[in-house]
Design a protein around this ligand. Structure first.
Ligand code: CTP
Length: 395
């Protein structure tokens, strides 16, 4: 993303301070940020703090000779791959919906054909007002994308919808939009994630501790590079990454069916911790305690989703599996490469440190070409590296 540029319009509102955190997230991901601060926005954040985080100057005034000499408003609007308006006030939305152009922010919005993402923030009554609803519908009809607002307590003491989306949410939405022209544009990917839950009876399941974090991060990273991603997920507590289609499943059998329904695909990444076995029979009613002692639950083997996709007639061009091991990592990973018939295995040692449910991962990429050991990184970073490698492979 290091060649990408965002034009960030910061409107006036108590939530404007969140634009600083948003800027930090963009810069960390290597995305350039050029800020426009409206007059009202400058009442809430200082141009200096914004400029320091952006490592660029802040544009504020349509009629400033220095601003216009350095970069005119027309050029400004064309210099970015994406325009993000955060916070998008009721006033900014109204101006954009009606094509008004009386300051630098509104003029830039009118003079551009660059994709625009708005993150509205305003009082709950302003958000619910018929005029704002009309403007929202108009802007959506004009092709402007929206993220949020969320619901919660407001600075004005009221409660309801109108809170600016969290910086991470705005960042994710923006990255998904930036990826639309990315190296994986036009490619389809299937990602499995999370555990599966195999019913024993109507109230009990056989499952495992997978959080789904690594799989969700991979789905998000592939989408950020432009892929059309179907995330087939077992039960998790995670929200769907932006720009990703999620198919919710419970069992391994359902997961396989959902993966096959998502074919054809160019890429399959199987991250799910699929239960190897399921109870042979599922009790129709709740199993009751009996004097003879606990029941014996007979198990049958579940389908291997990775192996089935790898060997199927509609095999995706690149099939990637994961191997979570507690010892002999590379030996087992190389074995799985053969038994499963996939192209790469991302192997991680789950014995060392807290990997399951944690935020970091140390992995090795094992393929027919050899073993690549990657340094310890966050699951999000591992996902971005893997997505970049996939893009390279399919280029
Ligand atoms: N996998 C799968 N379907 C299964 C079992 C595993 O798709 N029924 C996939 C996982 O998503 C992962 C890879 O296979 O990408 C390896 O999973 P792992 O649990 O490490 O291997 P197992 O096949 O279960 O082998 P073992 O239990 O012997 O380690």
């Amino acid at each position: 993303m290091s060649d990408k540029q965002v034009l960030l319009i910061v409107g006036g509102g108590i939530a404007a301070y969140k634009a600083l955190e948003l800027t930090r997230l963009f810069r960390k991901a290597g995305v350039g940020v050029r800020p426009i601060l409206t007059r009202a926005g400058a009442e809430f954040v200082t141009p200096l703090s914004l400029a320091a985080l952006c490592e660029d100057r802040v544009y504020t005034d349509l009629f400033s000779l220095t601003d216009e000499a350095e970069m005119g408003h027309i050029e400004l609007s064309r210099s970015a791959d994406l325009i993000v308006v955060a916070p998008a006030t009721a006033d900014l939305m109204a101006k954009a919906a009606h094509g008004l152009a009386d300051d630098l922010a509104s003029t830039t919005l009118l003079a551009t054909d660059t994709p625009v993402l708005m993150a509205p923030a305003m009082n709950v009554r302003m958000w619910g007002h018929a005029a704002t609803r009309r403007n929202l519908a108009t802007l959506k009809g004009d092709g402007i994308a929206f993220v949020g607002p969320g619901e919660g307590a407001m600075a004005c003491g009221e409660f309801g919808e109108g809170r600016l989306a969290e910086p991470e949410q705005i960042f994710e939405a923006a990255m998904a939009m930036l990826g639309a022209g990315g190296p994986l544009a036009g490619k389809r990917a299937v990602v499995t994630a999370g555990p599966t839950a195999e019913p024993i009876d109507p109230v009990r399941v056989l499952t495992n501790l997978s959080s789904g974090k690594q799989g969700y991060a991979i789905a998000e990273a592939l989408a950020a590079l432009g892929a059309e991603v179907t995330l087939v997920s077992g039960p998790t507590a995670l929200s769907t990454p932006l720009g990703v289609r999620r198919v919710q499943v419970r069992t391994a059998v359902e997961m396989l069916a959902a993966c096959e329904a998502a074919l054809p695909a160019d890429i399959a990444v199987c991250v799910a911790a699929v239960a190897d076995w399921r109870p042979d029979t599922v009790g129709e009613g709740k199993l009751k305690k009996k004097p003879g002692g606990p029941p014996t639950i007979a198990l049958v083997e579940n389908p291997d989703i990775l192996a089935t996709l790898s060997r199927g007639a509609r095999r995706p061009r690149l099939v990637v599996g994961f191997a979570a091991e507690t010892g002999d990592l590379i030996k087992y990973a190389e074995g799985k490469l053969k038994t499963k018939g996939c192209d790469w295995i991302v192997a991680n040692d789950v014995a060392a440190g807290k990997v399951i449910g944690g935020d970091d991962n140390t992995v090795a990429l094992v393929s027919a070409g050899g073993v690549e050991q990657w340094a310890k990184a966050s699951k999000a970073e591992v996902a971005r590296r893997l997505a970049a490698r996939i893009a390279e492979e399919l280029a």
